[in-house]
Design a protein around this ligand. Sequence first.
Ligand code: HEC
Length: 455
Amino acid sequence: MFDYPVFDMPLMGHRLIFAFDAIVHVFISHGAAVGGSIILTLAQWLAIKENDSKFDELAYKILFTFFILATAIGALTGIGIWVHVNIINPAAIGALLRVFFWKWFVEWIVFNVEMIFLLWWFLTWRKYPLGTPGKRFHFKLGATYAISSWFTMAIITAILGFMMTPGNWLKSEFPTQPDYLASLMNPSWIPSLGFRTFFSVGWAAAAAMFLSWFFTKNDEELRLKATRFFGKILGVSVPLFLVFGYWYYQQFPQQAKDLFTIGAVTRQLAGNPVLPWVLTGGLAVLALIGGGMLYANPKRAPMAVALALMVGCMGLMAEFERVREFVRKPYIIYGYMYANGVRVIDVPVLNRDGFLKRAAFVPDELKTVTPTNKLAVGKALYQMQCRYCHTVDGVNAIRDRIKGWDEKTIFHRIGSLNSPTTPFMPPFSGTQAEREALAAYLASLNKPSAIAIAH
Ligand code: HEC
């Protein structure tokens, strides 16, 4: 069942490293690829319609920037996501691959199409100047790039939606007769796809306004035109993504909605329910002021304004991704698999037979608890069930969480990890003896003599 070796990530922990990688990936994939392809196709369409070669050239310069970002940082962080998810939670990615196998395969094919058309569109831009017959053909390259990059987002969004709201798939027989259509048509797919689509378009438009500020330093007329054009796209996207966002939020299970405050800030700060709104509102105001001032007076808008727009947008996106990940806890796939890779239906079996008996990479001598191997068994259990979210000494350090607790207190707490005060933690699974071993190991962390074992 736990057929994977443990990969420990001290101090920073897995979650934080993954969050960095994934959030940078979202900035690039949503802005430079999906949204970028859509808004720049629109910009090229306008340039063709008005026969405006300066605007065409500006669109090319923005594409140049997006191209570098997408092919360098976007591709790198995309691969990073695959590496991270396989290290963090191989059971979950294994389950998702099985459920979404052909959809993911199609996504991969379309992704290749996307890359080919991006290269083709970008590299031949100057070969087809405005007014030449080939320009319309060239425009179609961009349109194909935009459609294919949106399509890849549609599939990935289905998978992300599935993790939050597996819907009727949960009711089907797995693995004998899974309902693959239900996994795709899960309740949050369409609303989250709408949300991410307009989010991407708006974010790309904001980034294009920012870049136009730099690329049009000596041409005030061009800056005015660019800022107004991209500003209008941003203005149209905001209400649309808010509407879809609300619809999306409505699909969340109540338990997930209840975690919203902690997800938006932290557990320590969640005592003050106003804070998440201050944070979200503050970022939104930053984006609004930046965008508004740039739109109203592009000729004189200072760089700080363009920067505020970027910082506000990026902050909102990062916060959204954090909240989405957090409120899904204690699950990685809602109702089906806990965040630590334990399947919900397996818990009774693990409690009866023992967790480590089912763990392929644990040495045989740790599969039964004895007085001599107790601490080592406890450590193995910690690494297989708690390490997903805790480190020993770094982020969310377990040593600090249990400071001053004796072994008995720890033992009791392990029995109620998924409690109303900490609903985001999965329950412990394993026998009484294993629970005692985990308690002994955790208690040993705060005893001076045990430091050697802890490391
Ligand atoms: C899904 C992520 C996740 C997993 C898995 C997880 N925890 Fe936690 N745990 C947390 C978070 C988040 C906190 C709260 C940290 C804070 O207060 O800032 C926490 C807090 C705790 C606390 C302090 C509780 C309190 O009342 O303050 C203990 C003890 C603890 N965890 C033990 C464990 C043990 C033991 C395991 C493994 C069997 C485990 N956790 C697995 C996320 C997790």
